[in-house]
Design a protein around this ligand. Sequence first.
Ligand SMILES: [Zn+2]
Length: 239
Amino acid sequence: MIARLQAVDDELMDLELEKGDLPKQIDAINSEISRLETRKTELDDQLGEVEKKKRVNEGSIELHKVKLDKYQNQLYSVTTNREYDAINQEIETCRAQIESVDNAQVSLLEEEEEIQGQIEPIDVRIDALQADLAEREEELKSKHADTETEELELQHDREKLIVRIKKPVVAHYERIRASRNGTGAARMYGGACGACFAVIPPQRQAEVRKLDDIILCESCGVIVLPEEEHMPAIAPDEI
Ligand SMILES: [Zn+2]
């Protein structure tokens, strides 16, 4: 019984493990996507700032062009050399300002391109991750559907076994199982406990093989079961 219970529990654990990896993978992909999206938002904000500066510069260029036109028209109507020089001076200043803003626009354009160049691969990566995510979510869904029946059957087997084993034995098994990663009973292996590999004295080994009592490993507490070859086809109910 205990041997069969352990076998059923091992199978249940395998089913859990099989699913266990996928939710973790899905979490990892999700956090990678949100990390990339945060980075993309930062870059979008930077791009927005650049756009804003570009618009301000465009306005400034327009304004200076209007001024330039005005000064150039005034040149035709000046009467003195002093006036002429003064307006020419204004025209020069205006041109210099337009040139400097133009240069600033060129750097902003370069900056814009650079940021867009960074956003592009992020978009590609996010798309790929989202496709991957959808695939894995689908896989998990179908795995849940696949294992559901098997899991229910195993749970049912487990319940049937448990009612046939003495309560204190089940309680001990569960307690050890909880503290030993799912192992509450283990077969002897080369004269040692199959769970912790502590050597079992020959006298105890013989007792284990006699199958007329529950023998615990003195070192780790698991219920010690005989080696496969010493296990009779029909074992006493308890063991
Ligand atoms: Zn042990």
